[in-house]
Design a protein around this ligand. Structure first.
Ligand SMILES: Nc1ncnc2c1ncn2[C@@H]1O[C@H](COP(=O)(O)OP(=O)(O)O)[C@@H](O)[C@H]1O
Ligand SMILES: CC(=O)OP(=O)(O)O
Ligand SMILES: [Mg+2]
Length: 398
């Protein structure tokens, strides 16, 4: 049986889309529209049947981007009208404490997603805009919202509570929400499968290392701790985001450096992380520069991996028993150098990396620990779109 779902990930400056056959775990078409909102115009790429089509497109807003997507399907296929789509699945980054699971979208859900925008100003407005336009353009299909935050609502209060005045926190809904939950949920299940264990009996630490990066401690299939917080800025060092810093840095910059809120926001979200430290955002460039002797790149890589080790130690303490450390997303899946530096000399935690297995290039899910390592080390490719498609089907009862 085939059950195609159109999956939409509407970001602040991009629209990613994919038609996924959830039954066959297969992508029928993959598209990306970049530079949405740029007056100079954007760029569309659309891949179908192994062939990649690219063209410049005028995309002043998300409505135009959705139209460009519809045009691309008409021009390059597959024909959406003959696909018998069963649903449209939308990635929504911030679901707050309200959405603990994926939901069918109605006007009230859209309004709530918009209300939550102050808790994810970089993400939710774009997610909501994408949903509004998609519902107008595809009114006959059920639309489903799949939230990055939902998987983490299982975190105990000790993990999701910040130690600030409780009334202020309550009034302003300040707590750890956590993100990348779709990936952490999918990966922790896949990891259990690879280990030959039931998810309910499996404890893993998932390291989702993409451009945005987060760690998650999963006990028996539930998130019990994660590194992103109120927003996707906290935690690990990322491509352009600082991750953890002393919150007083913000006050210091505003008091003494003449920076206002927008300046600090821009600094910490867009000009920090490995980019801010070295000038390189992409891990491939950073590793190449470090290996060529660039001292700034070397330090950036060390800071990045040091932070990973801190989280591995902390999450081992949280979980007590760890069955596996799982690397995923662009960096986690593809960078043996990061995996090696992050796991060096961690025998004390029961983690022993097999150097040769670590260096082998493969796109398959695999175990790269030594045969005797008490904690397994896994590399598992993430597939947020497939998981969104599955969730959408579960919600519409397909
Ligand atoms: N072969 C590779 N080696 C090292 N890093 C890689 C490789 N391929 C991709 N990456 C890293 O993965 C990152 C993107 O990861 P991805 O999961 O696609 O991120 P996002 O979804 O957040 O945009 C890139 O910034 C790049 O640093
Ligand atoms: C929530 C988040 O950080 O998402 P991304 O990794 O797609 O930037
Ligand atoms: Mg991502």
């Amino acid at each position: 049986m085939s059950a195609p779902v159109l999956v939409i990930n509407s970001g602040s400056s991009s629209l990613k889309y994919r038609v996924v056959d959830a039954e066959r775990a297969e992508a029928l078409a993959v598209g990306l529209i970049e530079r949405v909102g740029d007056p100079k115009g954007g760029r569309l790429t659309h891949t179908v049947d192994g062939e990649r089509h690219a063209r410049d497109v005028a995309v002043p807003d998300h409505a135009a981007a959705m139209e460009a997507m519809t045009d691309a399907f008409a021009a390059y296929g597959p024909d959406l009208s003959t696909l018998d789509l069963v649903a449209v699945g939308h990635r929504v980054v911030q679901g707050g404490a309200r959405f603990g699971r994926s939901v069918a979208i109605d006007d009230e859900v859209v309004a709530t997603i918009e209300e939550l925008a102050d808790l994810a100003p970089l993400h939710n407005p774009a997610n909501a805009a994408g949903i509004r336009v998609a519902r107008e353009q595809l009114p006959d299909l059920p639309h489903v919202a799949v939230f990055d935050t939902a998987f983490h609502l299982s975190m105990p209060a000790a993990a999701h509570t910040y130690a600030i005045d409780r009334d202020v926190a309550r009034k302003h809904r300040i707590r750890r929400y956590g993100f990348h939950g779709t990936s952490h949920a999918y990966i922790s299940r896949e990891a259990a499968r690879l280990l030959g264990q039931e998810p309910e009996a499996t404890n893993v630490i998932v390291l989702h290392l993409g451009n945005g990066a987060s760690a998650c401690a999963v006990r028996g299939g539930e998130s019990v701790e994660t590194s992103m917080g109120l927003t996707p800025l906290e935690g690990l060092v990322m491509g352009t985001r600082s991750g953890d810093i002393d919150p007083a840095v913000v006050l210091h910059l505003e008091r003494t450096a003449g920076m206002d809120v927008a300046d600090v926001d821009d600094l910490l979200n867009k000009r920090s992380g490995v980019l801010g430290l070295s000038g390189h955002q992409d891990m491939r460039d950073l590793v190449a520069a470090a290996e060529a002797g660039d001292a700034d790149a070397e330090l950036a890589l060390e800071v990045y991996c040091h932070r990973l080790r801190l989280y591995l130690g902390g999450y081992t303490a949280v979980l007590g028993r760890v069955d596996a450390v799982v690397f995923t997303a662009g960096v986690g899946e593809n960078s043996p150098q990061v995996r090696e530096r992050a796991l060096a000399d961690l025998e004390v935690l029961g983690i022993e990396l097999d150097q040769q297995a670590n260096e082998e290039r493969s796109s398959a899910a695999r175990d790269i620990a030594t045969p005797g390592s008490p904690v397994r080390v896994l590399v598992v490719p993430t597939d947020e779109e497939l998981e969104i498609a599955r969730q959408a089907i579960a919600v519409v009862g397909g």
